[in-house]
Design a binder for this molecule. Structure first.
Ligand SMILES: CC(=O)N[C@H]1[C@@H](OP(=O)(O)OP(=O)(O)OC[C@H]2O[C@@H](n3ccc(=O)[nH]c3=O)[C@H](O)[C@@H]2O)O[C@H](CO)[C@@H](O)[C@@H]1O[C@H](C)C(=O)N[C@@H](C)C(=O)N[C@H](CCC(=O)O)C(=O)O
Ligand SMILES: Nc1ncnc2c1ncn2[C@@H]1O[C@H](COP(=O)(O)OP(=O)(O)OP(=O)(O)O)[C@@H](O)[C@H]1O
Length: 488
């Protein structure tokens, strides 16, 4: 039997009307899920206010209501608890409800604008290879041992996280690697979790549709490190100009990694081409099958994390050399006859797109065409559109602007906004094809021997979202198929 008072442990209570010794069944923050004897946590959201659904929750059988403002009319037999912050209360209650699973597993979080999925997935694969049992909470998928679940968020809500962590602990899983998004931190989805380590990758212009400005976005990321406990490690990329800021107020053990600056963990890129990366990490030379300078940072972060988790260096180097690239993250295929290389990458921010294009330009000989197919999502930060148009047209020899999850916006209007960032001298490089499949097909038809096609923005996604509906769409499958059947 679960008692309300027990799951309220550590929640600061402002006011209580009713009995907290009451037995409860489930905990929910969505009134639509409430059944008999459940607890409803009312949250002020971005679209609606959970407080408006309190009556509905009670009508459906809720035995307790947790809210920031008590309703005027309260029903006898229902317990009403006023708290200062419902999201925080939910996080603490969720941890209590699932008996604090984060305290029974090694939990490592990665945050930053880019690299979270790559780092957490590679850490997961690395630790599996080392013989540990592992869990993964990422944008692409959730893994609990061998069982795969569809991910709905980069960082799910606190109830879902704790439910997954409990399932991992019950399955005997030793390590969980999870992505920590800025939305997740801001909405307190990760509060009340006990992390054993936190990794900071980098910070650039992103999510400014959600966060007020860059300063707020940066402060939210820092909050994750501020909250890490004394025994956890904070591992930050100190080459990033915001790296030092992340470490300012944390009580955790502070470590840095870098390719350029002085750092606790340092690497040099000795070779960088389509075959992979040759790195010198500390005194060790290491070949990895990952491409591009940014992956040198990712490999270094993984190496440093594993060292901080006491992995044997020889075994670690051996496993690192076997790692394969992550789905939709610089995933590539080469057509057999024409040797046309197609790269599918999730780059959907100006900085990530610039990184990927610079990575390709650093590797290519210069004689080939670099044809980029790219779009920007609808109903999301519109300020990045001209920036991405500018970057794509400057750093490619040809560019095709197309759709990328237009959602409720008109895809042609989005494309016009992307085009507005292209400077006149690059107009001749530019084409616009609204239909993404047609855009990819045109790129394949335009490509000649040894040319390179970059299809950016969607990465691992297997859909195109138009007006609330998701249609099957997979960049990598489409381009692989087109290149296989290409007749020139
Ligand atoms: C903008 C945003 O982050 N929204 C998240 C937020 O929902 P919200 O504030 O919009 O909720 P709302 O619809 O206003 O409703 C407010 C409250 O009323 C409740 N309600 C609502 C209707 C009803 O009938 N009954 C009821 O009780 C809702 O359950 C909610 O508690 O809280 C929900 C529960 O945690 C999230 O599912 C939801 O994520 C939406 C779906 C989303 O798309 N989020 C994205 C932007 C996101 O979080 N992305 C980051 C990664 C970003 C990145 O790095 O790319 C992520 O971690 O996934
Ligand atoms: N360390 C890095 N620095 C810069 N760019 C990177 C880094 N690692 C990966 N990238 C590039 O950034 C993009 C996103 O990578 P990844 O999915 O790993 O990041 P993320 O932080 O999980 O982003 P998201 O939450 O949007 O999925 C990809 O295009 C990838 O090529």
């Amino acid at each position: 039997m679960i008692v309300l008072k027990d799951i309220l442990y550590k929640v600061t209570l402002e006011k209580v009307v009713g009995n907290t010794a009451t037995a409860i069944r489930e905990l929910h923050f969505d009134s639509r899920k409430i059944g008999l004897d459940d607890v409803f946590v009312a949250i002020k959201g971005t679209i609606s206010d959970g407080h408006e659904y309190i009556k509905k929750a009670v009508d459906q059988g809720a035995i307790a209501i947790i809210c920031e403002v008590l309703p005027e009319q309260m029903v006898n037999g229902v317990t009403y608890v006023e708290v200062a912050d419902s999201q925080q209360a939910l996080a603490i209650m969720a941890a209590n409800y699932y008996e604090n699973p984060s305290e029974e597993i090694m939990l490592i979080g990665a945050t930053g604008t880019n690299g979270k999925t790559t780092i957490t997935t590679l850490l997961y694969n690395l630790f599996l290879g080392l013989g540990y049992t592992c869990g993964l909470l990422s944008t692409v998928k959730v893994m609990i041992g061998a069982k795969e679940y569809k991910a709905t968020h980069t960082t799910p809500d606190s109830l879902t996280i704790n439910k997954y962590l409990r399932a991992m602990v019950d399955a005997g899983i030793e390590y969980c690697f999870m992505e920590v998004s800025s939305h997740g931190i801001a909405q307190k989805r990760t509060e009340a979790l006990r992390f054993d380590g936190g990794i900071f990758t980098n910070l650039s212009h992103d999510h400014l549709d959600y966060h007020k400005d860059f300063a707020e976005y940066r402060n939210v990321k820092k909050q994750f490190f501020d909250d890490l406990p004394k025994n956890a490690f904070s591992l930050v990329n100190i080459d990033d100009k915001n790296g030092a800021f992340m470490l300012q107020n944390t009580n955790s053990k502070k470590y840095t990694y870098a390719l350029k600056s002085i750092a606790d963990y340092k690497a040099h890129v000795l070779e960088n081409h389509f075959g992979g990366l040759l790195l010198k990490i500390e005194s060790h030379e290491l070949w990895v099958k990952l491409i591009g300078n940014f992956n040198a940072y990712n490999v270094l972060a993984i190496y440093a994390s594993a060292k901080l988790l006491d992995v044997d260096t020889i075994e670690l180097l051996q496993q690192l050399s076997t790692l394969e690239s992550v789905s939709g993250r610089f995933q590539y295929t080469v057509s057999r006859e024409q040797k046309i290389t197609a790269i599918v990458d999730y780059a959907h921010t100006p900085d990530a797109l610039k990184n990927v294009l610079e990575t390709i330009n650093a590797i290519r000989t210069g004689n080939e065409e670099l044809i980029t197919v790219v779009g920007c999502g609808g109903d999301r930060d519109a300020t990045k559109r001209p920036k991405m148009g500018n970057i794509a047209s400057q750093l490619s020899t040809k560019v095709i602007f197309t759709s990328d999850n237009p959602r409720t916006e008109n895809p042609d209007t989005i494309i016009e906004e992307i085009e507005s960032g292209v400077s006149p001298e690059n107009f001749k490089k530019m084409l616009s094809i609204t239909d993404r499949k047609q855009a990819i097909k045109t790129a394949c038809q335009m490509a000649m021997e040894n040319d390179i096609i970059l299809i950016a923005g969607k990465g691992h996604e297997t859909y195109q979202e138009i007006n609330g509906e998701r249609f099957d769409f997979d960049d990598f499958k489409i381009v692989t198929n087109l290149l296989t059947n290409l007749k020139k």
